[in-house]
Design a protein around this ligand. Structure first.
Ligand SMILES: C[S@@+](CC[C@H](N)C(=O)[O-])C[C@H]1O[C@@H](n2cnc3c(N)ncnc32)[C@H](O)[C@@H]1O
Length: 312
C-alpha cells in the first residue's frame, strides 16, 4: 500500500482472493481496513491491461513500476511468461505507432522493470512476446532522468505508448499518480502531435528523423547567430589587445584592477573589466558583461582623453 497516498475510492467488497487466486493481504491502518483487493479493483477499472516483468533492480521507493503495482494498476509477469499486447522494451525492433491501437486496446501494454545500467542481466529471450517495440524520441520528465531523451521510466514508457496510439486520456490517468507525471505529456506535446499523425512504424521513424534534423538545424543556426553577435559585441579584437598591452605597461593603474572591478571616483559608477580570452574565468556567454565592458571602455577613453587634454 502506498504510504498515505492511497487515493482509492471506497470500493464494493468482493471475494478475498486476487486474480491470481492468492489471498488478499489485509492491513489495518488507523482503524481503516485497507486491502490489496482495492488495487485489484483499480486494475480492473483501468481501460486496458498493464503488465511488467520486474527484476527488482530498483529502489522500490523510486520505482514507478512498483508504485503502479502498489496502486493495483499493473500486474507482474513471471520470467518465461509471454505477453500478448504491445511490449515496450529496449529489445524492441519496430517503434510504437498509431496502428498499434487495436492491440493496445485488446491486449494491453507491458514493460520491463529493470535498471538501465543492468540491461545485460535481463533474459530478454525468456520474456516478451510477438509485439516488442521501441519508443520513438521522447524526453523524460521523471526526477531521475529529467530532460534526458529516450530514458523513460516504466510509467512514462506505458504512457508514451498509450498516447501514441491515441489514448492521451489513458496516459494522463496513469501519469496523474505521479506528481511530476502530467508534465511528461506537456514537455512532449509537439512530438506526440507529430506521432499521432503517423500510421505505421516507418512513418513514426520518418517523423522522428525529420524532427531531430529540424532540431539540429535550429541548434546550428542559433550557434551561428550567437558567434556573429559575439564578434560584433567584442568590437575590434586587435584594438582591444593593443589597449590591454598598453595597460599592462602602466603598472600603477594595474593594481587597481586586481579584482576586475573598481570604482570610478569621478562618476562614482562601477566599471567592470570583462575578462579576455587569456583570463581563466572568461565566459563567452556572458553577453551582459561584454556590453558593460564596451560602455566601460568608452568611459575610460573619455576619462583618458580628458586627462591628456589637461596635461597638454
Ligand atoms: C529500464 S526501466 C527503468 C525503470 C525505472 N526504474 C522506473 O522507476 O520506472 C524502463 C523501462 O521502460 C521501457 N522503456 C523506457 N524507455 C524506452 C524506450 N525508449 N524504448 C523502449 N522501451 C522503453 C522499457 O520497458 C524499460 O525497460
Amino acid at each position: 500500500m502506498a504510504k498515505g497516498k492511497n487515493k482509492e475510492k471506497d470500493e464494493p467488497r468482493r471475494s478475498n482472493k486476487t486474480s491470481n487466486g492468492h489471498s488478499k493481504r489485509v492491513h489495518h491502518t488507523k482503524g481503516r481496513q485497507e486491502t490489496k483487493y482495492s488495487s485489484v479493483m483499480r486494475q480492473a477499472k483501468f481501460p486496458t491491461k498493464l503488465a511488467m516483468w520486474d527484476f527488482d533492480h530498483c529502489d522500490p521507493k523510486r520505482c514507478s513500476g512498483k508504485k503502479l503495482e502498489r496502486l493495483g494498476l499493473i500486474k507482474s509477469l513471471r520470467i518465461g511468461q509471454k505477453f500478448q499486447g504491445i511490449i515496450v522494451t529496449p529489445n524492441g525492433k519496430g517503434v510504437v505507432c498509431p496502428n498499434d491501437r487495436e492491440i493496445v486496446e485488446e491486449f494491453g501494454v507491458a514493460v520491463v522493470e529493470c535498471s538501465w545500467a543492468r540491461l545485460e542481466e535481463v533474459p530478454f529471450s525468456k520474456i516478451g512476446g510477438k509485439f516488442e517495440r521501441l519508443l520513438p524520441y521522447f524526453v523524460a520528465a521523471n526526477p531521475v532522468n529529467y530532460g534526458r531523451p529516450m530514458k523513460l521510466n516504466c510509467v512514462e514508457a506505458i504512457a508514451a505508448c498509450l498516447a501514441i496510439v491515441g489514448h492521451q486520456d489513458w496516459a494522463l490517468e496513469l501519469l496523474q499518480n505521479f506528481e511530476w507525471g502530467p508534465n511528461f505529456l506537456k514537455i512532449n506535446k509537439d512530438l506526440l502531435e507529430m506521432y499521432n499523425e503517423c500510421t505505421d512504424s516507418e512513418s513514426v521513424l520518418q517523423a522522428e528523423k525529420d524532427f531531430l534534423e529540424m532540431v539540429e538545424q535550429e541548434r546550428e543556426s542559433r550557434r551561428k547567430l550567437k558567434s556573429e553577435v559575439d564578434i560584433w559585441e567584442l568590437g575590434n579584437p586587435n584594438k582591444k589587445f593593443d589597449e590591454e598591452e598598453e595597460d599592462e605597461n602602466e603598472s600603477d593603474e594595474e593594481d587597481e584592477d586586481e579584482d576586475d572591478v573598481y570604482e570610478s571616483e569621478e562618476e562614482n559608477i562601477l566599471i567592470i573589466d570583462v575578462p579576455g580570452p587569456e583570463d581563466e574565468e572568461y565566459d563567452e556567454e556572458e553577453e551582459e558583461e561584454l556590453e558593460e565592458e564596451e560602455e566601460g571602455e568608452e568611459e575610460k577613453t573619455k576619462e583618458e582623453d580628458g586627462i591628456e587634454k589637461e596635461e597638454d
